[in-house]
Design a protein around this ligand. Structure first.
Ligand code: SF4
Length: 240
């Protein structure tokens, strides 16, 4: 039996000391964080539901339509423990870890696991350019496949598709007709709709949602049209 010091006093535990040491180490790991905020989920399966967002700093990509360039640099160092405490203040059911590219910081993997252990429904928004093999299976991954219009399509790691399950989602941001046809081709050749839900999202300033809707209907594509709800509610501002 061990006694360990916690925020609210001493805790008695039967866990082996080695397990406790690993756990303490994980909680003291740090991540560069741009913002933590509470809003309505603007995209994906849980769209419209109150969600806490943890936006990690940094991204190795430079998509031409990026709407979170403010997350490329700056931010503050937070321990995993402090992030978990901050998230808990909102008493959320849903937590989304986003960026930037959250997986660009290795301790993100432990953050995702700790959030799952805390019984939140956790999702991860990732660019598809970094290996997702080690992401906790309980996390719902929203994996981008970058189209030619993003100018970052050469960064796609299509091996990541092997690690998706039915509770994950694949997102294409469509800039124009060329992107639409490119994404439709990949949808067919890789049978993506059999793997998980597919999201087609119009690039906000480049393609009308109505135009994309008409193309999807004409071709009977098995995809969900998604618009970025938060931009219709609040505009293109950080923290929303
Ligand atoms: S992957 Fe996301 S955060 Fe990174 S440049 Fe592209 S849109 Fe921006």
């Amino acid at each position: 039996m061990l006694l360990i010091k916690a925020t609210h006093g001493l805790i008695r535990t039967d866990a082996p000391a080695s397990v406790l040491l690993i756990s303490v180490f994980q909680m003291q790991q740090r991540l560069r964080v741009t913002e933590i905020f509470y809003s309505l989920q603007g995209e994906a399966k849980t769209v419209g539901l109150p969600t806490v967002f943890v936006r990690l700093t940094g991204c190795p990509l430079r998509c031409q339509y990026c709407d979170t360039e403010y997350a490329f640099k700056g931010g503050q160092w937070w321990t995993l423990s402090d992030i978990l405490n901050k998230v808990a203040t909102y008493t959320p059911r849903y937590v989304t870890v986003t960026g930037g590219e959250p997986l660009a910081q290795k301790p993100c993997l432990d953050l995702l696991t700790q959030l799952c252990d805390a019984d939140y429904e956790v999702s991860l928004e990732t660019s598809g350019a970094i290996d997702v093999a080690e992401v906790d299976q309980r996390v719902s991954k929203v994996l981008d496949i970058k189209t030619p219009g993003s100018r970052e399509a050469d960064k796609n790691r299509l091996d990541n598709l092997d690690y998706l399950t039915s509770h994950d989602q694949i997102k294409f941001v469509i800039c124009d007709r060329t992107d639409y046809e490119w994404a439709s081709e990949l949808l067919t050749t890789r049978q993506l709709a059999n793997k998980c839900e597919i999201l087609f999202s119009p690039s906000h300033h480049e393609l009308q949602a109505q135009t994309l809707a008409d193309w999807i209907l004409t071709d009977h594509l098995p995809v969900r049209l998604q618009i970025q709800l938060h931009k219709y509610l609040w505009g293109d501002v950080p923290g929303k």
